[in-house]
Design a protein around this ligand. Structure first.
Ligand SMILES: [Zn+2]
Length: 284
């Protein structure tokens, strides 16, 4: 199995929303905001090559959104398609697209407009993976998440018969080829994390929006977006404790610089970064 980090863009989100109850006095030193209080975040996908599959995990914002939307979130940098072009990967080679959840910064790039303005899959030969608990949750969203679940980003996947639903379970689920899925409910309902081998004796977790950046390994750093923040606390504690004990890597989807890290605890029982770097170097 080969796992590669793929930038699917950068965007801006309000620092207060991203750092939750943590005072600006503290977080502004970590990810300095602009005059509108917006901080820059990455959208970082992974490409998993296993057997004859090429699996893309999350897709970034894509380019279907209006000028008004772009002025709100400032998408910039390489899209996943730009990154694939640089990597000499044709979107037609992608066999599977795994979507952790349907917030626009994760699923927007799954579909695009064709020249007639019709919505078509960005990866025409791929099976797209989600689960029906999350689909139903996103299709009829609560007012807190309404602005994050844009129907044009995921409903056509179902209408066009491209979506494969994973059975949500309480326990971790073996998905395929030694790749496990964990279902978590703090950020949104039935978000899916991945736990996968990156070489013969090392594994990595794709943290999605449970632990979107290096700063979110600290316990109080929970997104204001989360629908059940106390669940997030438990889900973070469980994952981070496992990472400390196992030495597995944690991959950050939204950290503007840090791709992945090993986690340890300091003498005050706080989770801290033990070692970090680009995925390529951490595998060695
Ligand atoms: Zn996100």
């Amino acid at each position: 199995m080969k796992v590669t980090s793929v930038i699917s863009g950068y965007f801006k989100l309000d620092g207060g929303a991203m750092f939750g109850v943590v005072p600006k006095k503290l977080w502004q030193k970590l990810n300095p905001p602009d005059a509108d209080n917006l901080c820059t975040w990455s959208m970082r996908s992974i490409l998993i090559e296993t057997g004859n599959r090429k699996i893309l995990v999350d897709t970034g914002i894509g380019n279907k959104q209006s000028e008004k939307f772009r002025k709100m979130f400032y998408p910039h940098g390489n899209s996943v398609i730009d990154s694939f072009r640089e990597m000499a990967i044709d979107p037609r080679e992608i066999t599977d697209v795994f979507l952790t959840h349907f917030h626009f910064d994760h699923v927007g790039g799954a579909l695009k407009f064709d020249e007639n303005g019709k919505i078509i899959p960005t990866f025409p030969n791929a099976t797209y993976w989600s689960n029906s608990i999350h689909y139903d949750w996103a299709f009829d969203p609560n007012p807190r998440e309404e602005a994050s679940f844009l129907r044009e980003n995921f409903v056509p996947l179902k209408e066009q018969g491209l979506l494969q639903m994973i059975d949500v379970q309480k326990d971790d689920l073996l998905w395929m080829d030694d790749i496990n899925i964990r279902f978590v409910n703090g950020h949104t309902m039935a978000m899916m994390l991945l736990d996968l081998p990156i070489d013969s004796n090392k594994r990595m977790w794709y943290g999605a929006d449970l632990i979107p950046s290096r700063w979110h390994i600290r316990r109080p750093y929970v997104l204001s977006y989360d629908v059940q923040p106390l669940y997030t606390l438990d889900e973070k504690e469980r994952l981070l404790s496992h990472l400390v004990n196992s030495g597995d890597l944690l991959f950050f989807e939204h950290d503007p610089e840090m791709e992945c890290a090993e986690i340890s605890k300091d003498d005050r029982n706080r989770f801290v970064i033990k070692k970090h770097g680009p995925l390529e170097e951490m595998v060695k």
